[in-house]
Design a protein around this ligand. Sequence first.
Ligand code: ATP
Length: 503
Amino acid sequence: MASSMEKVVNLCSRRGFVLASADAYGQLAGFFEYAGYGAHLKRNVEHSWWDCFVKHREDVVGVDGALLLPRAVWKASGHLDAFNDPLVSCVKCRSRFRADHLVEEELKISVEGLPMEKLGELIKEHKLRCPKCKGELGEAKPFNLMFKTYAGAVADEASEIYLRPETAQNIFTDYKTVSLASRKQVPFGIAQLGRAFRNEIAPRNFLFRVREFTQMEVEYFVHPDKLNECTLPESLLSVEIAVLTAEAQEKKSEAAIISFADMIDKKIIGTKWHAYWLAECVSWLQSIGLKNKSMRLRQHVSGELSHYSRETWDVEFNYGEWGWKELLGVANRGDYDVTQHAKASGKDMSLFDEASKQKFVPVVIEPSGGIDRVFLALLVDAFEEKPDKEGVRNVLHLHPEIAPVTVAVFPLMKKDGLAEKGRAVFEELRKHFACEYDESGSIGRRYARQDEVGTPYCVTVDYDTLTDGTVTVRDRDSGKQVRFPIEQVEQLIRNSMREFTNV
Ligand code: ATP
């Protein structure tokens, strides 16, 4: 019996949402292509993020930077030396594994935050063998995750360039120029949505761990003395969510449901700006339809923090059989990146505070997420197998704002002028919504096809339409059909989209 994750992966492939890249030549692990409904859904999520975090804000500027950056940038940022995963190889069959994942899977323990040497010791102590051929495993070694190439015809250190493993670094190198050109003063943010690349040792879990993915990041620059000068609106303070602190993880306690107001009052989270951005991320994820009960916040334990981080909180999603996994993270990067780039480039990257007439280096709060992980989470969260007369049908309860198709239009029959009328209704509605026209197969099959790709509304044109100008509008989630005059359908759908809730 297939698990629900297998069913979602199967749906993605059957309905062409996601394809293995270069499939005709044998799949290259960790690379995928989004197509058709999948490409629409991904775009809708990206637009929603950009609208919420950039377009509708006064304090955030968007950038769209280069994917390849020179060696000097990655040396300064620390990625050349520290952006590594622990690699362990089989001496016999030469298969390569991520040492932390291998230990977790074989010993069924969490190794979050353990250093490389400790992983090596655990492998030796428990005499762990290669999961493929049972051969002996070698030493655990650091493996750098960046893809390297060269700019120009000469392949030497000076021409070394790297595909960015995060979108953040273009922002740090450009931040002062962008802030001056856009006349922004702290607190302000620079956001980027674009591709990032990591040469993952073992890409797996479908879209969850891939080698090329889309990141969405905001680097929010705050005066170091003003990290608590932030007023969260009531709409964010009242957001309640399951929270797993570092302390709770050490004590092996469960996550507790708590509001952002309490997280701030009880100083569970270091600074107010950090709490603010975490709350904004949770609120955005809710707004695109993720259920609250499918998410939790988890604080990084000390050994787990990235080389640049002072404090990090992840928003995790319950991926069912894969367990809780990171969807996005909000880190306090301190002044690490700006200081590093200032030192390495020799440029003055500090800002000037008009009030105190002093220079300062801002602290950065960074909400950073991956579209691909959000895409998969949305599908997992929305997927339902509904029993019906013919067995079961798949339904994706996607939020209407991000569903690939908003309205499908069907003529009851192709004959008697119904198809012509159906197309006329479709032509009208497609001016306002992502629309699809379908006249093949029984109405039941057409509903089922749309349910499976998450279309929230289906409009059917029948014989009454020809006489009284009304159509039926079927709601995906309730299955209810209501008759309306054609000219009211657009407004009805708009109202229904606005009122949609997915608890
Ligand atoms: P993980 O611990 O799962 O490898 P990470 O902590 O290295 O993730 P970050 O460096 O914080 O990830 O990257 C920010 C976001 O980018 C992550 O929250 C995730 O959504 C996304 N991301 C990172 N690596 C991948 C990947 N290999 N495939 C898909 N998305 C990724």
